[in-house]
Ligand binder design. Structure first.
Ligand SMILES: Nc1ncnc2c1ncn2[C@@H]1O[C@H](COP(=O)(O)OP(=O)(O)OP(=O)(O)O)[C@@H](O)[C@H]1O
Ligand SMILES: [Mg+2]
Length: 288
């Protein structure tokens, strides 16, 4: 499903003394089947932005098209249930997602709500648990007695259980350890590939943008400051720095190395092994 933002603005508490403009005239097109990573410092509007895509928040100005759905302040009747079946949102905080007494009921909620039988929903729950790397034995537990990482995985299983065409993921790996984080990111990429799904993922980790994104959006103060592939975005190091954002580790290191040895024209390397082989080649050239 193509996603198009057309002059979209959003103000919280509009018309009060606490009014806050969180999105300012956004225009962006996100093609169906693509993996978009959204970065930006805290408070830049990332969560507000993705919550517009499933209609959780309505624009105060402008409109959004998500496939055949159209969302705007004026839209009177919208079939939210069918929109949310296609477009699933993983909240930034799993406590905002989970509400049932058991993990099983939580994961089955979406599929049951969208018309699957109890048996079909249970099959979905088991498949989704396997995708997020949790054992079946967790099904009877209360989601609120789990560790932060387990809660996050259950919340992810819940959004996957409806097999959405569009996945909106707000800092999905925030409470996972580095290995768990990579496994879950790989799983999202595989979900995108095998289902032709569209993914929009918010993160503070630049390595996620480097390794998984087809396209990167950089937000600041409710606006899209940069948008493009990793070379287009991370090539703008001065802009990123001025926004308080860091470059990916490998790129930062190779730039420092080039600086220390006064080397010009060092390519942008994003992977550690590329950096290592560049340095090895450089040292060998000096030895020879
Ligand atoms: N419910 C709300 N009511 C009022 N203002 C809000 C509300 N939610 C967010 N804001 C404000 O809107 C702006 C954007 O917030 P948003 O949560 O979208 O940022 P974010 O980029 O997701 O930040 P973070 O990285 O901390 O999650 C911030 O200034 C925030 O204080
Ligand atoms: Mg946020």
């Amino acid at each position: 499903m193509d996603i198009i933002f057309n002059n979209v603005s959003h103000s919280y508490m509009k018309g009060t003394s606490l009014e806050k403009k969180a999105l300012n005239q956004l225009n962006i097109s996100i093609p169906s089947g693509s993996f978009t990573v959204v970065i930006g410092k805290t408070g830049s509007g990332k969560s507000t932005f993705i919550q517009h895509v499933n209609g959780l928040i309505k624009p105060t100005e402008g409109h959004i098209k998500v496939g055949q759905y159209r969302l705007s302040a004026k839209e009177k009747r919208m079939d939210m249930r069918s929109l949310r079946q296609d477009v699933a949102l993983l909240f930034q905080y799993p406590e905002h997602q989970l509400f049932e007494e058991t993990v099983e009921r939580d994961i089955c909620f979406g599929p049951l709500n969208f018309g699957l039988s109890a048996e079909e929903a249970k099959v979905r729950a088991l498949e989704s648990l396997a995708l997020v790397g949790l054992p079946e034995t967790i099904l009877g537990d209360s989601p609120f007695h789990l560790s932060g990482g387990q809660m996050r995985r259950v919340a992810i299983a819940g959004v996957l259980a409806s097999r959405p065409k569009v996945l909106l993921l707000d800092e999905p790996t925030a409470s996972l350890d580095p290995q768990g984080s990579q496994e879950i990111m790989d799983m999202f990429k595989e979900y995108q590939r095998t289902n032709g799904a569209t993914i929009i993922l918010v993160t503070h980790q630049m390595e996620h943008a480097v390794n998984y994104a087809d396209s990167i959006i950089v937000m600041n103060d409710g606006e899209i400051v940069l948008n493009g592939d990793r070379d287009q975005v991370f090539g703008q190091s001065a802009i990123l720095q001025s926004l308080g954002l860091e470059l990916p580790d490998s790129l930062r290191f190779i730039k420092k190395f080039a600086n220390a040895f006064s080397l010009a024209d060092v390519p942008s390397y994003y992977q550690r092994d590329e950096v290592a082989s560049y340095i090895a080649k450089y040292i060998r050239s000096k030895e020879g």
